[in-house]
Design a protein. Sequence first.
Length: 128
Amino acid sequence: MSFVMEFDAKNNVLRGTLRGRVTDQILLDYYAAAVRFATSHPPCRSLWYFSEVTEFEVSSECIRQVARKTPIAAGYMRVIVASPDFLFGMMRMAQILSESRPELHVVRTMDEAYRLLQVESPEFSPVS
């Protein structure tokens, strides 16, 4: 598995960290896992952390597919952290394709994400 999911109950934030090689299937699997968690818990904000990705073999069609999906938690802020230029560009493409979702933000650092989410002392625990 190329992703880890954690939840911060204090701040109501689901964080997904994608690592290493990420493919279309891994991205779709992560999205499905996040949806499963969000539907079995109260609506929460989400944070996708892409900065540990070393290979991004995700097609632009897959990005479009994810952008068209129902938001994980509609109406709640979602932040994508993507530091490397190529990942930042791909995630901005997803944001543009999701233009009807103003709660989606793409940033380069975790500090920026925490400021947007107004999280000062995160307390993440693994999600099974």
